[in-house]
Design a binder for this molecule. Structure first.
Ligand code: DGL
Length: 279
């Protein structure tokens, strides 16, 4: 039987900007031998306040760009894109573009793990306006753990604070206090909080300080990394298409020098970014 030939390629990691670097960081620790192609759509960030149609269109353009670079597997390392675009891309676009390629998100793996953490079955979610309005987390969690109640809080100022490197300053405290207070006032039984935006791990210590000490704060990076390793193990037909030289390239739709300097807030690496046009 003849074997279909292919060229092994990096795993594509996509985010609206820098947030996906917190996921890439953990994925590389879990899968150090793999190659990665990171794409940040910095020219059009933030996605969190944009409509469904716009997030879907931008995300699809970026996924198609990564496919044109050869990626067989793309991870949407962005909750907003996972919430608003992933399902449509998987169900409507992939069968037409190339049914052998795969696009995975960050919401499902997080939902799968969350039952392990809560004892009260009351969970809080911090996310962008888009992620919260999509209701994707409560819906995914309900499918797997119908007994868990999810209360969501949109935090529209957190991404701009982080992107402007203001998140460690006193000014950020006001917005952290505001949203942690709103969440706990909505449900005082919450014992587990999901940071449902890939930027938010940078605010984790401030968030933990404002929440009661019995509340566990969950960042997604390690969960997504372990879930990806497991996926590749279960899908050798995808795994064999992933190149493994331990290299990462960084692409941005904005200014590459700005990307290289700002990316260091998110990831300790020598980053030299390249500018690309995805449209
Ligand atoms: N990092 C993205 C997420 O996980 C949000 C950033 C944005 O608003 O573009 O949702």
């Amino acid at each position: 039987m003849s074997k279909i030939s292919f060229t092994a390629s990096p795993i594509g990691i996509f985010d609206s900007g820098y947030g996906g670097l917190t996921i890439l960081d953990k994925i590389r620790k879990e899968l150090p031998e793999y190659d990665f192609l990171y794409l940040g759509d910095n020219a059009r960030t933030p996605y969190g306040t944009r409509s469904y149609d716009v997030v879907y269109k931008f995300t699809l353009q970026c996924v198609e760009y990564l496919f044109r670079q050869g990626c067989h597997l793309v991870i949407l390392a962005c909750n907003t894109a996972s919430a608003k675009a992933l399902r449509t891309i998987q169900q409507n676009d992939l069968p037409k573009i190339d049914p052998l390629r795969r696009v995975l998100g960050v919401i499902r793996p997080t939902a799968e793990e969350i039952g392990k953490y809560t004892k009260t079955n009351h969970i809080g979610l911090f996310g962008t306006e888009g992620t919260v309005k999509s209701n994707s987390y409560p819906l995914e969690i309900q499918k797997l753990f119908p007994e868990i109640k999810v209360v969501s809080e949109a935090c529209p100022m957190w991404v701009p604070l982080i992107e402007n490197n203001e998140h460690l300053d006193a000014g950020a405290d006001f917005f952290v206090k505001k949203h942690t207070k709103n969440l706990m006032s909505a449900d005082s039984k919450i014992d587990t909080v999901i940071l449902g935006c890939t930027h938010y791990p940078l605010l984790k210590s401030k968030i933990e300080k404002e929440l009661p000490t019995n509340v566990t704060v969950i960042s997604q990076g390690e969960i997504v990394a372990k879930s990806l390793a497991d996926y590749l193990h279960r899908h050798p037909e995808i795994d064999e298409k992933c190149s493994k030289n331990g290299r990462t390239r960084y692409l941005t739709t904005e200014n590459p020098e700005k990307f290289s300097s700002s990316a260091s807030i998110f990831l300790a690496d020598d980053i030299v970014a390249e500018h690309v046009e995805v449209e």
